[in-house]
Design a protein around this ligand. Structure first.
Ligand code: SAH
Length: 222
């Protein structure tokens, strides 16, 4: 699918462009060295359509088809950093594979990523990318993520990359004790809050972070 030159990138997708993206992430408050290193090395330009490749390292979300978007680099970095704030983050579930970029970044930092996506055509493209890049610790499933992926849980971390009106119970059930879930919650695109839930021996603790803008979490498979 790709050769080494494609993966390395040229011009607007080159290593220098990626270094500038990482410098911006630092300015925006990302501190975790492994997160910054991973964002430098994963070729984001291969997760967007070719026509958009030159814009891949901009501080922007971009269309990936089917009305969906790849999140801005700062959002990917922030959600990844939140997950890694827990000391034993090995087994992660992502809801909303989309382009596969968030899963790709996570896969370099944890042992296994399980990722579910409701739109088949997006999932198939993401799988091709994982295969071509050799990201073999990402397992995917075509499914409505409201059900999580029970057979493979519980998970140390769950990351949701579309916004539901409230966090689905099945996801909370599949979170391990000591685990951490990060999810944008809210009904409309202008009214979502990045929400972090810690599961403890005694129950769930919820923390509300920044206002964010994600595509909606929808039900059913396409
Ligand atoms: N993590 C992705 C972000 C893609 S946008 C990336 O890095 O590119 C969010 C994705 O969530 C979309 O692809 C959308 O189809 C998917 N999604 C929305 N509701 C879902 C649901 N109930 N189950 C699974 N995926 C869902």
């Amino acid at each position: 699918m790709w050769n080494h030159a494609d993966i390395a990138g040229i011009g607007m997708t080159s290593q220098r462009t990626r270094d500038r993206m990482v410098a911006r992430l630092r300015e925006q408050g990302i501190e975790h060295p492994a997160v910054l290193d991973t964002m430098r090395s994963v070729p984001r330009h291969l997760f967007v359509d070719e026509a958009m490749a030159s814009r891949a390292y901009e501080d922007a979300s971009l269309p990936i088809g089917e009305g969906q978007t790849i999140s801005q680099p700062i959002i990917v970095a922030k959600m990844t950093e939140i997950l890694l704030s827990s000391p034993n983050m090995r087994h992660v579930l992502e809801v909303g594979t989309g382009s596969g970029y968030q899963a790709a970044v996570l896969s370099r930092l944890v042992s296994t990523v399980h990722s579910v996506e409701r739109i088949r055509s997006l999932l198939f493209k993401a799988r091709e990318r994982f295969r071509a890049l050799g990201y073999n610790n990402i397992l995917t499933r075509h499914s409505d993520g409201a059900w999580g992926w029970a057979g493979r849980g519980p998970y140390d971390g769950i990351i949701v990359t579309a916004a539901p009106p409230s966090i689905p119970d099945a996801l909370l059930d599949q979170l391990s004790i000591g685990g951490l879930l990060v999810c944008p919650v809210g009904k409309q695109s202008g009214d979502q809050t990045l929400t972090v839930v810690h599961r403890t021996q005694h129950g769930f603790q919820t923390e509300y972070l920044d206002a964010v803008r994600f595509v909606p979490f929808l039900t059913g498979k396409l």
